[in-house]
Design a binder for this molecule. Sequence first.
Ligand SMILES: [Fe+2]
Length: 152
Amino acid sequence: MMDLVAAVRLALAETWVFYFKAHSFHWNVRGPLFRQFHQLFGDLYEDLHGAVDTLAERLRALDALAPASLDEIATGSAIAFTPPPAAADMVAQLLAANDVVITALDDANQAAIAGGNDGLANLLQERLDMHAKWGWMLRATLDPDQASGAVA
Ligand SMILES: [Fe+2]
C-alpha cells in the first residue's frame, strides 16, 4: 500500500490538475449551450479549488510540506492537458479526470484507514462522495442514456 503522505500528495496532484482543467474549460467553452457549460464548469472548479486547499493543509497536518511550485503540485498526475476541445469533449475529458481523482482518493483513503487516521479518512470519503456526484452530473450532461442507471 502507498505511504499515506505519498497517497495524499497524489490525491492533491490529481485534484489540482482536474481543478485547472475545469477552470480552463470554464474560460474556453464555446457554443450555443455556453451558459450552461460555463456555469457547470464554474461550479466544478470552485469545489475542486476548495479541495486543493483542504488536501494541501492535510499534508501539513501530516508534517509534510505542501507543494511550492506548479511543477511540484502536478507531479505524478495522470490527467493530460489538451487544447480546448468542443464542449461535449470537454465534458468527456472532465469525466475521465474525475475517475482518475476517485482512484487517487480511494488509495489515500485506504492508506488513512490502515494508518488509523480516522479524521483524514472521513475527509477523503467526503471528497469521494462529492466526486461520485460530479460523475453523475458529468455523465448526465454527456449522454442522457448513459446516466439512466442501465449501465453499471
Ligand atoms: Fe469565471
